[in-house]
Design a binder for this molecule. Structure first.
Ligand code: EPU
Length: 415
């Protein structure tokens, strides 16, 4: 992606459906033989990977329009998610719970490490084991069997999003009551619970730290509208702030962005919320802030790289602490190559501003890091070239088109 920086972004833009809501929701189609119709599905590489996984297990998928898909898993014909698949998209590990619940067996590769941290799946496994599954770890695969899972009371060491989703999907068809304590409260978990409820599941407490699931005998088909992507919305808000422009983000899920709005205001951006969405503008210099990533409703780790780019433009010293992933500052050395002054020590990064950023060839290491680099490019002098943008295509739909419509000079060239 080639960016010529220095142009304030102006105009209105709409966000796509949430990637991290869509991925587990697609897997939920395994829980019934009836059709699941999903609207507002973002056309992303990860979504296509998830659908290909389901097709390999026996699903038929039919696109009804650009952003609506009908999935039907009449019969589950395979029971395995291969290493090749899971290593390219770790979110496919959440296939374990629904596959096991539907068929009594599942063989899913463990994902291995990732660019942002070790990201183990021990909590997923312990939770599903607590529901009575017999689980063996063999040849890099989790092999699980159960005649019918039975409800249990469990407590998560930390409120893992993926573990909460996986366990929830295993528990909906179990015998009796499952209670997940210290569950993740993320809006994406709530969206999955809404779909499962529409399919006939009995779930209460999604969005709180205690989720209760009363197992049912069977689930049926349903239609569901995926929530808008709060991380895409937050990224575009930062784009408005870093370029000193004025952007309205239509359909931004403002209630889910409270922490982000608070931090942007603290840094000197003007943020107004109305029923059309959220409008972000900036005319004054940016101020330094302290920021700590936390599970929802705390500040999202998925917006940390973008905020780091922003804070290179603040007048003074900002402190960013990443508490979710142990290796999520990979964008910092790339920002340094563009002239940023960032010192890292463990989980903390000290960003001294304001730095005059100058365009450079930089390399994206993961999805959100790519977005951080693009934002820096929008604020930099001259030309910035971000390579490995396939990371970006995993999670931002038509980002270059959306930014161009707001006045950015950004172009995709073949690598
Ligand atoms: N963890 C464990 N054991 C487990 C599971 C998680 O120790 O069994 C740890 C992780 O290593 C991490 C922390 O718990 O340190 C939180 O991880 P979590 O399980 O909540 O993350 P995830 O479900 O793997 C989802 C999103 C991520 C997002 C995180 C945190 C999806 C598909 N992915 O991952 O999104 O950063 O929650 O909010 O929903 C992204 O979109 O770029 C992305 C990485």
């Amino acid at each position: 992606m080639v960016i010529r920086g220095g142009r304030p972004l102006r105009g209105a833009v709409a966000v796509s459906g949430s990637k991290n809501a869509t991925l587990p929701i697609l897997m939920a189609a395994l829980l019934t033989s009836e059709p699941i119709v999903l609207h507002n599905v973002p056309r992303l590489r990860d979504v296509h990977t998830a659908i290909a996984l389901l097709e390999g297990l026996g699903a038929t998928a039919r696109w009804i329009d650009d952003h609506s898909v009908e999935l039907r898993v009449g019969e589950v014909r395979a029971h395995e998610a291969s290493y090749d698949l899971v290593k390219t998209m770790r979110a496919s590990f959440v296939v374990l719970g629904p596959m096991l619940a539907r068929t009594g067996r599942a063989r899913v590769s463990t994902p291995g490490g990732c660019a942002i941290g070790a990201r183990p799946v021990n909590l997923h496994i312990a939770g599903i084991r607590a529901l009575g599954a017999r689980i063996q770890l063999r040849n890099g695969y989790v092999e699980a069997r159960a005649d019918r899972l039975s409800g249990a009371r469990l407590w998560l060491d930390n409120p893992s999003v993926g573990a909460t989703e996986n366990i929830m999907m295993a528990a909906v068809l179990a015998r009796g009551l499952t209670t997940i304590e210290n569950a993740a409260r993320e809006p994406e978990v709530q969206d999955l619970a809404r779909l499962l409820t529409a399919m006939g599941a009995r779930i209460s407490g999604a969005g709180t730290h205690v989720i209760e699931i009363e197992g049912v005998e069977r689930l049926h088909g349903a239609t569901h509208q995926i929530i808008p992507d709060r991380i895409e919305a937050g990224s575009l808000m930062v784009a408005a702030a870093i370029t000193g422009g004025e952007v309205t983000i239509e359909n931004a899920p403002t209630a889910e962005l409270d922490g982000v709005i608070a931090k942007l205001r603290e840094s000197g951006a003007a943020v107004t919320v109305d029923d059309r969405g959220v409008c972000v503008s900036r005319s004054a210099p940016l101020r330094p802030i302290e920021l700590r990533t936390l599970p929802y409703p705390g500040f999202p780790t998925d917006l940390q790289a973008q905020m780091m780019a922003l804070l290179t433009q603040a007048e003074g010293t900002s402190v960013i602490t990443e508490t979710i992933f142990e290796n999520r500052f990979m964008h910092a050395p790339e920002l340094q190559r563009m002239g940023a002054d960032i010192v890292m020590k463990g989980a903390t990064a000290v960003v001294r501003g304001r730095s005059r950023l100058s365009g450079a060839p930089v390399m994206a290491t993961d999805l959100r890091a790519s977005m951080g680099l693009i934002l820096a490019g929008l604020a930099a002098d001259n030309e910035t070239q971000v390579s490995r943008v396939y990371h970006l295509d995993r999670g931002y739909e038509a980002l270059d088109q959306k930014l161009r419509a707001l006045g950015a000079e950004i172009e995709r060239i073949p690598e």
